[in-house]
Design a protein. Structure first.
Length: 421
């Protein structure tokens, strides 16, 4: 029946109603997926008509870059939706970044422009809306920082108590400050992210707390709107490649799902190839890809790009399917390569947290090897705002100057600056 939505296990095909609180299948423990059957004849026109009304309406349905696509995300009522709103993030062109990456047509989709400064808000608006729909008494997550900040903000907006588990000493101060300020009960755990996630899943199983990590199928539905909005911004002309940082693999899963669905429903004529990029010190997925995903690998993650410092990604199976369905590539880049790309992005006035720059570093690596061609259309997704991890960039020169020294420096700079008339 057109319009019907159900939740389905990709492993055993078990099905659940759309008001389920489960993240994994009760029969086989496989991850669940939200499946839709929209009226494809009117879908593109419907989305485009809604995009022209941004800022005009008074409801989240009309203002959010997530709920614009509700027919293939979650068709919740206005009074159930928990939205700031989110989405409507820019698609940018910066010549210096394109030149650095070695790809003429490189564009940047900057998810750091979301309300709490990262892409997580897209998934959280849907997950917290679902939490409200099912009457959740509390919500919880494990986090390297961005998820906890987003959960705390959206839970506060929904009026639902929230708990976050973060690895002690491994979360950037800006992210932790957000989490605490918005009111989540923050529990610092002696261990890494993977330890925190195991604890969060135990709390969900034993105490009935609603888990909103990326294993949550409704998180994936929200995050896939990054792709839907990107494709709409390109007037539904799909690029050749889409590059993204890869940590817990929720976005890899969401992007693959969005692209396959968009092609199936006639929104695009071809499926872009995904490039999932990991830090070399936290690259179990890249290692497995190199061996054709013959085995699942876990590592003890070590990288200065804290948002992707994850050694045992939870969305592994879904991400494998996404890479295979898009003829994608998984690449690893060093911290030095990530921070070099970040410096170029920052100096263009765009700015991003370190993990975000992995996407551009990955494009540069594949372009250098000839896997990505210079004239191909490529979009690199930046996942978080510069101020999420302000300690992740170069130190400024904090040497104090006298007023005369400052004036001399200013005069020298102005004198050597190019005439821009």
């Amino acid at each position: 029946m057109i319009g019907q939505t159900q939740v389905k296990c990709a492993d055993c095909n078990g099905t659940y109603a759309s008001d389920t609180s489960l993240s994994t299948c009760s029969s086989c423990s496989g991850l669940l997926s939200v499946e839709h059957d929209p009226d494809t004849a009117t879908l593109k026109q419907l989305f485009d008509n809604r995009a022209t009304k941004i800022g005009v309406g008074s409801t989240a349905r009309e203002r959010s870059g997530v709920w614009r696509f509700r027919d293939i995300v979650l068709d919740a009522s206005d009074d159930a939706i928990v939205s700031h709103p989110e989405g409507n993030t820019p698609l940018l062109r910066r010549e210096a970044v394109a030149a650095y990456a070695g790809v003429n047509g490189l564009l940047i989709k900057h998810e750091g422009h979301n309300p709490t400064g990262s892409f997580k808000d897209r998934g959280m608006t849907v997950a917290l809306t679902q939490a409200r729909r099912i009457g959740a008494r509390a919500v919880a997550c494990a986090s390297t920082g961005n998820t906890s900040a987003s959960l705390s903000a959206y839970a506060a907006h929904a009026g639902i108590p929230s708990f976050v588990f973060v690895p002690e000493g491994q979360v950037a101060g800006g992210k932790l400050a957000q989490t605490v300020a918005y009111g989540a009960r923050t529990l610092r755990i002696r261990g890494d992210f993977d330890d925190c996630l195991r604890l969060a899943r135990d709390a969900s199983d034993k105490l009935g707390v609603y888990l909103v990590n990326s294993v949550n199928p409704f998180r994936i539905e929200g995050q896939k709107t990054i792709m839907l909005e990107l494709l709409q911004q390109l007037e539904w002309n799909a690029p050749d490649w889409i590059a993204l940082p890869a940590g817990n693999l929720g976005n890899t899963s969401a992007f693959g799902k969005a692209l396959v669905e968009a092609h199936r429903w006639g929104l695009i004529n071809s499926i872009p190839r995904l490039l999932a990029v990991q830090a070399s010190g936290a690259a179990p997925f890249a290692q497995s890809f190199a061996n054709h995903f013959a085995e699942r690998i876990s590592v003890r993650a070590e990288t200065r790009a804290t948002a992707i410092r994850i050694g045992d990604p939870a969305s592994w199976d879904r991400a494998v399917r996404a890479i295979e369905a898009t003829n994608g590539v998984v690449e690893s880049v060093t911290d030095d390569e990530i921070f070099a790309a970040k410096a170029v992005i920052d100096q263009c006035g765009v700015g991003c947290e370190p993990a975000s720059a992995a996407s551009v570093a990955g494009v540069r690596a594949l372009a250098a090897r000839g896997v990505i061609h210079r004239d191909e259309r490529v979009v690199a997704v930046l996942t978080g705002h510069l101020l999420k991890d302000p300690g992740g960039g170069p130190e400024s020169d904090n040497t104090a100057l006298t007023t005369d020294e400052a004036l001399t420096l200013l005069e020298r700079t102005v004198a050597t600056a190019p005439n821009r008339r």
